[in-house]
Design a protein around this ligand. Structure first.
Ligand code: MLT
Length: 271
């Protein structure tokens, strides 16, 4: 499905009825990373997965990208779908966007699931790495980015034993238009420190991290859990950065548990 918001076309899936669950993907992937969550959960909830600006089948304008702009796109899409409140799941960059979303639109957030993400801003070294990766994307194209990113996203065991998954992740990366990749990298490099926001998050929050995640390790997840009032933390064994793809059943159970708790009888009929 497609919607025209904030001057661009955004592509999304909208399946099921009841309490809306909105899923925001990682860099540099697309909404298909949530296929197993969508398939498992749409019979109980309304599942919205979105190709963020610069990704998949959404427009990737050759212009300035910010995480706040992506948050605005999500909010505009929800307005279009007449969704007032939802439970939001964001993995990695999707989590960074959720911090931006919460800053502006906290009343729209019924619950938060922060997966394999972190609250801290980039270090100077991290920003330099973003710059280098943007140059690689420009000079060599998305497949060079896939070569760099795959070992950061999946555990060595997953890459060895689940080649179909590794191929799927590579295809998502290679399917991006080149303009979106440096756009994201600049947006992430410029994102503010969200640690001061954490103790202002008042909605029910679940934090998830793969035990083998090296990009945003369990120590980053613990920091969020320590600062967000009453947040729960679950560490998923045998998963690295893309915990929803490496251990989908466990991931789905955790999402379904929070969503079931927050669902009221009236959510069966309303959005
Ligand atoms: C992601 O998975 O979205 C990225 O690893 C986030 C990042 O590069 O900070």
């Amino acid at each position: 499905m497609q919607a025209h918001v904030n001057g661009i076309t955004i592509t999304y899936n909208d399946r099921g009825t009841g309490l809306p669950l909105v899923f925001l993907h990682a860099f540099p992937l697309n909404r298909s990373m949530w296929a197993q969550q969508e398939d498992a959960l749409f019979s109980q909830f309304r599942i919205i997965t979105i190709d963020l600006r610069g990704h998949g089948e959404s427009d990737a304008p050759l212009w300035r990208y910010t995480l706040e702009q992506s948050a605005d796109d999500v909010c505009a899409l929800l307005d279009r779908l007449s969704i007032q409140q939802a439970i939001f799941t964001g993995l990695s960059m999707g989590g960074y966007i959720l911090f931006a979303f919460y800053r502006k639109y906290a009343t729209r957030v019924k619950g938060l699931i922060l997966a394999d993400t972190k609250a801290q801003a980039d270090t100077a070294e991290g920003k330099e790495g973003r710059f280098q990766m943007a140059q690689t994307a420009y000079k060599k194209g998305p497949s060079a980015i896939a070569d760099i990113m795959l070992p950061k996203l999946l555990s060595p065991t997953t890459i060895q034993t689940n080649p179909d998954l590794a191929r799927h992740v590579r295809a998502m990366i290679e399917g991006n238009q080149i303009s979106g990749i440096p756009g994201d990298l600049m947006a992430m490099a410029e994102r503010p420190d969200s640690v001061p926001l954490l103790n202002q998050i008042t909605c029910p929050t679940q934090i998830i991290v793969g035990e083998l995640d090296q990009a945003t390790p369990p120590s980053d997840a613990k920091l969020m859990a320590d600062h967000i009032p009453n947040a729960r933390l679950t560490i998923i064994p045998h998963a690295a950065h893309l915990s929803n793809l490496e251990q989908p059943e466990r991931f789905n159970q955790i999402v379904a548990a929070l969503a079931s708790e927050l669902r009221k009888p009236t959510d069966q009929d309303t959005t």
